[in-house]
Write a protein that binds this ligand. Sequence first.
Ligand SMILES: [Zn+2]
Length: 40
Amino acid sequence: MKTNIIYTCPKCGADLRHICITTYPGIDRIECSKCDWYYE
Ligand SMILES: [Zn+2]
């Protein structure tokens, strides 16, 4: 079970989208839909 998932951008408060980049190794990335903030 995952905890500590961020759903809003800490910079601008906009909605975040969760992206799974299917390369190897796979990257789980959360990025903001409005500004350039992201978390890997
Ligand atoms: Zn943002």
